[in-house]
Design a protein around this ligand. Structure first.
Ligand code: GLU
Length: 521
């Protein structure tokens, strides 16, 4: 029943409800649908499921698509991209659903139900009290469909204009089976399936009805979606059966879990794709991370880094696991670092340039603006920093000393690195640097070593203070390379200003500073 007809074109869909942000779980569903379509040279469709008008959020449809595209997932068909199977928004297809609903009423596979909300609630409470699974009690199931309601009653209500819904008639005593690509054979007893509402009293279809009609009309070959929809399968399969349509194949994706294995949070800040992008995670890392939430290339395969193109080649529905997938943000951070290490320099340059421009406008700088905004300069900064940052933007924000003179010096680092004679030696060293023209890292290293050795000091005696005075902080890339990138003018300006600002902490006679830390250089 569930086989794709041989030669049928693969068409998959992502069918979000426009109720807010794009959840990482939604991105995973979209990604797997996209990857499978690409791998099979098929089509990937985005369909907006806005039949629940009360939950609809204005503009959410466009922003969902924008976020998807930011991550590199571009649909072949959607309300923005067009296509031959539109409209791609369910609220624009109401006439279609009404027409198909009429077919089911005519065939006596569906019936009108006039039960009020209060009646339904009462019935639900009663069944719960009796320890039964709440289900519609079929009060309005017509006599000629095996129920007790005379046709005259239904006609009377219709005439009165009473509000009603249309329900599907679930056959009694049958078993509904299908073969899920991820979960294998699944079986449901029709006794557990409710007479699902297909059309609501406001003239809108329910999700179940609209999605079956649309999957059929849009020639969807594979429905790939979250596990929470597995229990809807019997209703959907019955609808296909009523219409005499071939159902698409189904793959239900494993749940996403918090590291403590509870169900993944819905708090926007933790799971909204756009928030991850805002924090600085790159589309490549996000896609890579999400791809691994429930899929792997093969048993025992250690590989973890994949580009979208590589995923398009390697992805397969068969390698999706059944077990819940743990959402571990640390892994995303690790992937981000892998990407920063290998990202082409030009790409990082174009990503950080606008940020640098903004910062320069806001803060102004004593450095030569043309020089520090040049590709050559940024390239050298990137070479020094790409292994040290968590996010690309930190190349500007975290190591801002490449662009701005420090306006403060890390107090603790100063305390730790200054000895009584540090400033004296620094002054002499600054004078030596004034006379040095070759500011290459190699030469600076040689100059510094030659300077400290006859004075009975190790290079680190000056390395740390020089770093603090030129960058404001006590850590960073190799000092010599950093000074080379800064250039002579900047280095001297910063050292001269710094030495006037930083007061050496008081030392006792043994060279211990007042906090008792040995200056061991
Ligand atoms: N509109 C449903 C959702 O919001 C789609 C479920 C499905 O893929 O069938 O997740």
């Amino acid at each position: 029943m569930m086989q794709t007809a041989p030669g049928q074109r693969v068409r998959t869909r992502f069918a979000p409800s426009p109720t807010g942000y794009l959840h990482v779980g939604g991105l995973r569903t979209a990604l797997y649908n996209y990857l499978y379509a690409k791998k099979m040279n098929g089509d990937f469709i985005v369909r907006i499921e806005d039949t629940d008008q009360a939950r609809k959020v204005e503009g959410a449809d466009k922003s969902l698509l924008r976020t998807l595209e930011l991550t590199g997932i571009v649909p072949d068909e959607s309300f923005i991209h067009g296509g031959n199977f539109g409209p791609y928004v369910q609220s624009e297809r109401l006439g279609i659903y009404q027409q198909y609903c009429q077919q089911l009423l005519d065939r006596k596979s569906a019936y009108c139900c006039f039960s009020t909300a209060e009646e339904l609630e009462e019935n639900r409470k009663l069944q719960m009290k009796q320890g039964l699974q709440p289900k519609y009690n079929r009060k309005w199931l017509p006599e000629d469909m095996g129920g007790t309601m005379p046709e005259s009653e239904t006609r009377k209500k219709m005439k009165e204009g009473a509000p009603y819904v249309v329900r599907m008639k679930v056959p009694d005593y049958i078993s509904i089976m299908f073969d899920d690509i991820v979960r294998g054979p699944v079986e449901f007893d029709s006794a557990t399936v409710d007479d699902q509402v297909l059309m609501k009293s406001d003239g809108f279809p329910t999700y179940h009805f609209a999605s079956v009609i649309d999957d059929h009309l849009m020639e969807i070959s594979h429905v790939i979606r979250g596990e929470e929809w597995l229990s809807s399968m019997p209703k959907h399969l019955l609808l296909y059966e009523f219409f005499g349509w071939e159902p698409p194949r189904a793959a239900h994706l494993p749940l996403l879990l918090n590291p403590d294995r509870s169900k993944l949070s819905k708090r926007q800040g933790d799971v909204a794709v756009e928030d991850f992008i805002k924090k600085g995670y790159s589309p490549e890392a996000i896609i890579n991370f999400v791809a691994l939430l429930g899929w792997n290339e093969g048993e025992g395969c250690e590989r973890e880094v994949y580009s979208l193109e590589e995923l398009e080649e390697t992805f397969s529905l068969e390698r999706i696991g059944k077990a819940g997938a743990v959402f571990n943000v640390e892994k995303l951070g690790w992937l981000e670092k892998q990407y920063i290490k290998s990202r082409p320099q030009e790409k990082i340059i174009s990503a950080i340039k606008p940020l640098l421009q903004d910062e320069l406008e806001k803060r102004g700088t004593d450095m030569d603006v043309d020089r520090i905004s040049s590709d050559e300069y940024l390239g050298r900064v990137i070479d020094l920093m790409r292994e040290r940052v968590n996010f690309e933007h930190e190349i500007v924000t975290f190591s801002s000393y490449f662009f701005f003179d420090p306006d403060a010096y890390d107090e603790k680092a100063v305390q730790k690195r200054w000895a009584a004679d540090t400033n004296t030696l620094l002054r002499e060293f600054i004078a030596l640097l004034e006379k040095t023209d070759d500011f290459s890292a190699d030469n600076l290293e040689a100059v510094l070593k030659d300077f400290v050795a006859p004075r009975g000091k190790k290079p680190a005696f000056l390395i740390h203070p020089l770093r603090i005075l030129t960058s404001g902080v006590g850590f960073g890339p190799s000092l010599y390379h950093m000074l080379e990138v800064f250039g002579k003018e900047t280095v001297l300006r910063r050292l001269k200003k710094g030495i006037e600002t930083v007061n050496a902490p008081k030392q006792n006679e043994e060279g211990l500073n007042t906090r008792g830390i040995v200056i061991r250089d």
